[in-house]
Structures are given as structure tokens and as C-alpha cells.
Design a protein around this ligand. Structure first.
Ligand SMILES: Nc1ccc(Br)nc1
Length: 446
């Protein structure tokens, strides 16, 4: 067998017999349908994305919160016919409770705000990054989970809230290299819809349902849209008028249609004026067809889109002033957005903006002799206590293997612990980019 001091290609001894395990049952090593693993290279991209989500949120003075991924199903039972309801990942737990994997974060946030009640001072500026779920028949082969970045402002009734939220998303886009020529925001207000429905005395309790039907424009045939609107107590005249209003793309035309006195117009005018002051007007456009697919929005709504029109909405949000009372709490003005981790990555790929993220370890430490493994551990500890990262070679490996690993982990330095140097209280330090090699005293190692 190889001399103890000569490196072998294999580690460990060949003498101990394999431990008897349970009878092997071959499992599927893939994750459940519609879910993802995050091996290191994917986890680096996810961490990079979340790092920018967090940095922007903190730059805007928001505090991070989180909630259970499992919530009472009751949080999501809304009667407006939302897709999110049809795809609820829900079940009965062992205590016979109806529970669901959260499909979004806003209801959890509303629940926590109600729970905190008067103990929190307003306005609340909270952000969260959380995994959200949907159970969709795999016929469409789409994902069943994604991570969503949310920012919410609770307690501000003015559109200054929405203007601040849009500014935070634009700040994020700029940080990762996207400009107003890559992405934009379509902005409208559900009060446009409300004012039209009131003209035709459509009952208020149909509002959420009509919004959800309108959100399907472009996703299902117009005949089905008209049929669904008829079933929501709208007359044919009201439907045609509404569809005509929804095609408007200018505030001037909207004013001609709705008059100058309505809240929809004043909110939108204020938002576009604030956008001017923030310096992001070029990112926004009014588009009356934007209603978003969640029943609880009550005012301004917006969505981020890619100007090439190849991808689904990048993010979306708006004002939801009535959500808390649907959970039995006192209403508080609220606005927020959700930003998923999937479309943005597709967009960055399209634009060649995915970052190069390689593992970077400063040092790889290796003993040149099996008796010096402990010495190598001591050297690793010294460097780690100085705040440096160290990959410590843990087995008896040939030098060729060590150099190969050093290259793979992008190590800056190779620290070799050899007998002769160690007896002088020294180690051998090789700077891998230059090949420079020095003998350094242990207490001078930095
Ligand atoms: N709401 C939701 C949850 C999960 C995915 Br993937 N998409 C949307």
C-alpha cells in the first residue's frame, strides 16, 4: 500500500465493513413537481437577487418581517373568482384545521397588523421576501412555488405611498442594470372602474368580481369577458362603455370621459406629478386596462412590464384600503407590491445582465504530512479568527488534487503546512494568481 506520507487518491481506510442499512428503497431524487432545488450556482443568483431586494428596502427605511408559509385557509377565501383562489395549495391538517401554503404575503401582513393593533405606530413600512405557493394542474407544467419580494406601507392614505413604492422598484431595476428603455410601469386606478360602474348603478358588491373579469382581458376571448360581465349584473351598454374606457391611454382622454371631479383622475394626476419630482416620469404610462388580478385593490394599481413585450408582468401592486376590515379588523389605508423571482431572471437572461457569481474562498490550507493535519487546523483557525475564509483540506490528498480544488474554489492563496517549515514556526504561502511563494512566520500570517 502507499506510504503513509505519500498522498493517495482515496481517503479513509478500506478495513471497516459497510454498515447494514434498511433495505434500500430507490427514491426519486428530483424535487416535487413544480418546485426547485437551489444548488450552489442557483443559490448564488438567488442570494444576489435577495441582497438587492433587501438593500433597496433598507435604503427606503423599510423593516423586514416574515410570516409562516402555512396559514389558515380563511385568509384567502375571497368570493371574487380570483385565480389565486382556484389554485390554493390547501389541505386539512391532523387537527382537522383547513390550512393553506400561502399564495401571497399581503393577507399575512394584514393579519399581523391587526394582531399588533394599537401597539405599532403608523406609518408601518414593512418588507418581506417569502416563498409562495400555488397548486396548479401540471398540465401547464408551470411552477408551483416562487419567492416574492413585498414592500407595504400601512397608514398612509395619500398616493405619496404608491409613488414611494414605485420609486423603490425603479431603484432596484437601476441597481441591476435595467433602464427605462428596458422596463416600464403601466399605471391606473380601480376608481376608474368604480366611477364607470356607479354611472350604471352596478352594485358595489360586484366591484371585486368585475375587476377579476377585466384582469382576464387578453388572457381569455372577449366573448367570455362579455358573458362574465353580464353575469356580474352589468348591462350590454355598461359593458361596451366600460370596455371603451378601459382602452384609454391618456389622462386627458380619461378626463373627457369621466370629468375632472372624480378621485380617479386626481389620484392619477398627483401620482404623475410626484413621478416628475422623483425624476422617474419616463418609467410610467397611464393605461386604463390595468386592474391587476387581486380582488382587494381599491385605488392606484400598477405593474412593471418589459418593453419588448415578451414576458409576463415583472411585478405588480397598488392600494388596498379595505383589506383589514375583511378580516374583522379596523380598516387602515395600505399600499404594497409583489415582485416574483422568476420573470426578472428571465428578463436579465434576455438582456445579458445575469451577474458572474463565482465561489470565492481566500485561502486553501493543506498539510503536507498526515501528522500535520492538526497543525493545518490550527492555521485555518488563526486565519478564520482574522475574518478570512478558509477551505481546509480534510483528507490525505495528492498535491495535484489540492491545486485542482484551489482553482475550482477560486482560492487567492494556498497555505502549505510542511514538516521543515512547521519546526521553524513557519508555513508556506503561495499567491495563486502570481505564483509568488513565501515562508511566513505563523504570528505574521495575515
Ligand atoms: N401566487 C403564486 C404562487 C406561486 C406561483 Br409559482 N405563482 C403565483
Amino acid at each position: 500500500s502507499a506510504n503513509q506520507n505519500v498522498r493517495t487518491g482515496r481517503s479513509g481506510s478500506a478495513t471497516s465493513p459497510p454498515v447494514e442499512h434498511d433495505t434500500a428503497q430507490k427514491i426519486d431524487v428530483n424535487p416535487p413537481k413544480g418546485t426547485r432545488d437551489f444548488p450552489p450556482e442557483d443559490m448564488r443568483l438567488r442570494n444576489w437577487l435577495f441582497h438587492h431586494f433587501r438593500e433597496v428596502s433598507q435604503q427606503f427605511g423599510f423593516e423586514e418581517v416574515d410570516f409562516p408559509v402555512l396559514e389558515s385557509e380563511a385568509l384567502y377565501i375571497r368570493k371574487a373568482g380570483e385565480e389565486i383562489r382556484d389554485q390554493l395549495y390547501c389541505f386539512e391538517d391532523r387537527g382537522n384545521r383547513r390550512v393553506a401554503l400561502r399564495p401571497e404575503l399581503t393577507p399575512s401582513l394584514a393579519r399581523l397588523v391587526i394582531q399588533k393593533g394599537k401597539s405599532v405606530s403608523l406609518p408601518l413600512k414593512w418588507f418581506a421576501i417569502g416563498q409562495c405557493w400555488r397548486y396548479e394542474r401540471m398540465t401547464r407544467g408551470r411552477r408551483r412555488e416562487h419567492y416574492q419580494w413585498n414592500m407595504d406601507i400601512i397608514g398612509v392614505p395619500d398616493v405619496t405611498g404608491e409613488a414611494e413604492l414605485i420609486s423603490s422598484i425603479i431603484t432596484f431595476f437601476k441597481r441591476i442594470g435595467l433602464t427605462a428603455s428596458d422596463v416600464g410601469f403601466k399605471v391606473s386606478s380601480r376608481k376608474v372602474l368604480q366611477e364607470v360602474l356607479r354611472c350604471y348603478s352596478v352594485p358595489e358588491n360586484m366591484f371585486g368580481r368585475v375587476c377579476i373579469i377585466i384582469d382576464k382581458i387578453g388572457k381569455i376571448p372577449m366573448d367570455d369577458i362579455r358573458k362574465d360581465l353580464l353575469s356580474a349584473d352589468m348591462s350590454e351598454v355598461a359593458i361596451e362603455d366600460l370596455l371603451q374606457v378601459l382602452s384609454l391611454k391618456s389622462l386627458a382622454k380619461l378626463e373627457e370621459k369621466l370629468g375632472a371631479s372624480g378621485e380617479a383622475l386626481s389620484d392619477l394626476k398627483q401620482l404623475f406629478s410626484l413621478a416628475e419630482k422623483y425624476g422617474y416620469s419616463e418609467w410610467l404610462q397611464f393605461d386604463a386596462s390595468i386592474v391587476r388580478g387581486l380582488a382587494y385593490y381599491t385605488g392606484i394599481v400598477f405593474e412593471g412590464f418589459d418593453r419588448e413585450g415578451k414576458l409576463r408582468a415583472i411585478c405588480g401592486g397598488g392600494r388596498y384600503d379595505r383589506l383589514l376590515s375583511t378580516f374583522g379588523g379596523d380598516d387602515l389605508p395600505a399600499c404594497g407590491f409583489g415582485f416574483g423571482d422568476a420573470v426578472i431572471v428571465e428578463l436579465l437572461k434576455e438582456r445579458g445582465l445575469l451577474p458572474e457569481l463565482n465561489l470565492q474562498v481566500e485561502n486553501i490550507v493543506c498539510s503536507l504530512d498526515q501528522e500535520l493535519q492538526g497543525a493545518a487546523s490550527a492555521v485555518a483557525t488563526i486565519l478564520r479568527e482574522k475574518g478570512q475564509s478558509v477551505d481546509l483540506v480534510l483528507e490525505n490528498k495528492p498535491l495535484k488534487w489540492v491545486f485542482k480544488r484551489a482553482a475550482r474554489i477560486n482560492a487567492r492563496r494556498l497555505i502549505l503546512v510542511g514538516k521543515a517549515e512547521w519546526q521553524k514556526g513557519m508555513v508556506n504561502v503561495k499567491t495563486l494568481s502570481t505564483g509568488e511563494q513565501l515562508e511566513i512566520k505563523l504570528d505574521e500570517l495575515e
